[in-house]
Design a protein around this ligand. Sequence first.
Ligand code: TXE
Length: 512
Amino acid sequence: MAQPDISHHLGPSDSRLIGDAHLYIGGEWRGARDGGTRELTNPATGEVFATVDEATADDARAAISAARATFDDGEWSSTSVTERAAVLRTIADLLVRDKATLARLETLDTGKTLAESVIDVDDVESVFRYHAALIETSADRLVDVGDPAVVSRVIREPIGVCVLIAPWNYPLLQMSWKIAPALAAGATVVAKPSEVTPLSTIAFVRICEEAGVPPGVLNLVQGAGPNIGPVLTDSPDVDLISFTGGLTTGTSIAQTAARHVTKVALELGGKNPHIVFADADRESAVDHVLTGVFLHSGQVCSAGTRLIVQDDIADAFVDDLVERARHIRVGDGLDPTSETGPLVSRTQLDKMAAYVRSGIESGAVLRHGGGPPDRDDLHPGGFWFAPTIFDHCTRTMPIVREETFGPILTVERFTSEAQALALGNDTSYGLAAGVRTADIARGERMVRRLRHGTVWLNDFGHYTPRAEWGGFGASGNGRELGPTGLAEYQEIKHVWHNTSPTPAGWFTHREP
Ligand code: TXE
């Protein structure tokens, strides 16, 4: 078997999949109109390792025009579901073929471990297979209007042109949650990956082209949000904007989109509680709290960053966590012995340092971490940050209220179930929550009353493409995945068909 490529530079198979032009508009690969490019930084070294084309505002407009014209000509939107499902399945097959290269690109861009990147590509494959099956089994709804001459049916049609904006933490996976339903529905797309991590999406769009997605259906632009974002989000030619990213950016996109009453679906992260009752199985609780917050160095929208633990066990529980956290191996994502990688960028690194200062200033007790891991074999330019644990936190502290989006766990304590619930719901976000208890009835009570889009009971972090994903409150609106996720990409039309027309008979008065 070929040895894995552990170089931090792009190798021949990486370059083959990315190609030498990175905007894909109307079925043509090309560079930016002004020749602009952006350098990409490897999070494990801090060094530039690739350059991609960076779209101008005119390129972004051209991408929207291509998607609009392709949608309006009706060819793609009126293909049979069987044909579209076949394309989705071919994409899934090609993802399997190119899995190793895609995973490597994801690790080079994000810093995450190769093992995580491989899981991501597997998940992307499942997302495409799921949507192929879902669209094939979708059916119109017949409505009985009480008149046998009338066939009344509710049908779903593709929504139109979709602008899909994805973040840097799960670049390909988050994009797949948008592209798969959009293609399944028969919509057309302008995709914009994060400017920090565009490589896997470029490679993926080439795969879609090879799989037979027609020119103009899937368009790709690169660039920083502030530069091309306004063009993409402030357009009467766009029917849906699906965005995953930060709260501030999401809020501004919603405001811009309102000018054209463009539909917006937002996934804006979370500040997710992980509630541990004293009767919970200790070993799995400690393990899941640890994984829930430190996987991918905490750069996960559903990370369980707030441990809310019952008083009786709190001290011992935190001691166990600190002991386990000391042994987490932070390292280069390409090194198979690493358990978690660096942060994605210097910006995120600086942000973590600021949160550590804020935690200390607000009186939280730093039990572990707070800076780079204590190792001398890591590349000095990498964006390293150790798993960090703050004990004795209170609900008013910024580290408890704000989405840190890094490896920082805060610990709050409770005595009663009511208190645990109040703390779990005391957040402006509402993406995900975990509850751990041996008392099944109590667990189910908590599940019912927690105001979060996903609740894990005696587990944490799992999802399936078959179930909806999204948040309450400031975590956003709309849902991804599951039948509701597909519905975001569809318009609903009611058809009233009278098979035996007769006069309405309302205006019966006639002049003599
Ligand atoms: O995100 P942005 P950033 C949170 C997390 C993180 C914070 C900031 O707390 O620390 O957001 O991260 C594009 N119009 N999440 O600044 O800006 C941008 O190019 C249109 C949570 O990296 O939200 C990128 O493609 N698009 C999150 C995408 O938005 C714009 C995952 C996300 O970037 C734009 C990532 C504009 N005006 C960060 N400005 C989650 N929900 O999982 C930026 N973009």
